[in-house]
Design a protein around this ligand. Structure first.
Ligand SMILES: C[S@@+](CC[C@H](N)C(=O)[O-])C[C@H]1O[C@@H](n2cnc3c(N)ncnc32)[C@H](O)[C@@H]1O
Length: 206
């Protein structure tokens, strides 16, 4: 099974399995959390098939980071977590950096926290120097930031997941454009399913 067939199977979970039931029972929640089981499957696939570490740009409370960290643990990899932790939002909480650290405590030995904007030269250089098997782009939701983040992880050997290309917020159009433009710039194959909030950029010819 190649990467495109695998992502096809991941998307098929949307209409065939538990995720479909979840979608029916949680029409509001589906777009919100339904991505995590798929991201977990894809990250695991990448760790099995390609060398390198995992990176998440925009980590918030670390709920998804924990899933990636467990995969990293099982495959002797590391997770790079990039986030400035400086957004003022009641939804995030006053000190979400500490919340994040508490959440990833069991995996802190294999999580490299980059407490910077992903658009800073320092963060970009740090990420670009690390071999990657999987990347998850979910940081600042503007075209420029998302496109910059996609390019920063463009050397990823495996699959790049980009969140929120289909979501009922007005920023989705900008994120989707960044996703497609990133695919062209990096010569990756864009897999975009409107039932799934995230899209996947896969390496050509693999
Ligand atoms: C939607 S949340 C991420 C959710 C997380 N990926 C998850 O699966 O639970 C967006 C995150 O992007 C972060 N963020 C905002 N501006 C950023 C920037 N310039 N660089 C990196 N991350 C940024 C915010 O601090 C926030 O934690």
């Amino acid at each position: 099974m190649n990467s495109a067939e695998f992502i096809g199977r991941v998307f098929a979970e949307l209409v065939g399995g538990d995720l479909h039931l979840y979608a029916i029972e949680n029409p509001q929640g589906f777009g919100h959390f339904g991505n995590r089981p798929r991201l977990q499957m894809v990250a695991e696939y990448c760790a099995k098939h390609w060398p390198g570490d995992l990176v998440e740009i925009g980590v918030l409370h670390g709920t998804t980071t924990k899933l990636f960290a467990q995969i990293a643990r099982e495959h002797d990899r590391r997770v790079i977590a990039v986030d400035p932790f400086d957004v003022k939002s009641p939804r995030y909480g006053d000190d979400y950096y500490q919340y994040f650290l508490d959440n990833i405590e069991p995996w802190k030995d294999i999580v490299d926290v980059v407490k910077l904007s992903s658009m800073s030269a320092e963060a970009i250089e740090y990420v670009k120097e690390r071999p990657l098997c999987f990347a998850y782009v979910d940081g600042l939701h503007t075209y420029d930031a998302c496109y910059s983040d996609i390019l920063a992880v463009g050397h990823c050997n495996g699959i790049i997941a980009v969140d929120d290309i289909h979501i009922k917020y007005n920023y989705a159009d900008a994120i989707r454009r960044a996703f497609w433009d990133g695919a062209v710039t990096l010569s990756k194959i864009p897999l975009d399913n409107s039932l799934s909030r995230e899209g996947y950029l896969i390496p050509g010819g693999v």
